[in-house]
Design a protein around this ligand. Sequence first.
Ligand code: HEM
Length: 175
Amino acid sequence: MSVTQHHAPATAQRWRPRPSTRKAITVVHIAASVALLGEVWGLVVLNLCATLTDDGALAHAAYRLMGVLVFAGGIPLSLISLGSGIALALGSRWGLLRHYWVFAKLLLLIGVILCGMLLFQPEAMTEATRDGSRPSGRQWAQVAVVSGQLTMLLTATALSVFKPRGRIRRRSGRP
Ligand code: HEM
């Protein structure tokens, strides 16, 4: 018995937004993504400041401020960047799983979000520095986490501009 499978052509694009809609989404996407980059840069500076200063009160205040930055900036901006990026990908010839650079950006942003959720701990550091103590090992670990996030976002920015050519090959589905 033979089964005929119908595959969508590689260039299939189900949703085609009007040019003005697409431009509006692009503005939102670039603003949110680059603002996220700035927010993470701010976290690197604050973490370095908290780790290198001799002033325990300043270190404690810096960790408190990081929590505010994450809730007011990092979380909403990363979700807007993710949503608008997926919309741009699905509503254009780029596709979400068609070009390596788009898929790599998706993985990088998910990596940034997971690092923020699982490894970055401003509340725990605020607690740990409350009485002026300086857990320097943990402090450097936090510097490493936000530096890793910054590197991922810089890589995503470079991929967005250079858009390297490679395409993701699709399996034909036949044995
Ligand atoms: C990780 C953070 C991200 C940064 C810093 C970022 C940055 C940018 C920038 C600067 C552009 C404008 C490029 C241009 O107009 O030439 C862009 C466009 C785009 N981004 Fe992102 N982006 C990010 C995440 C994502 C994600 C997660 C996706 C998809 C899942 C995505 C998909 C796209 C697409 C499809 C375009 C449109 C390219 C075009 O039509 O020319 N981006 N991004």
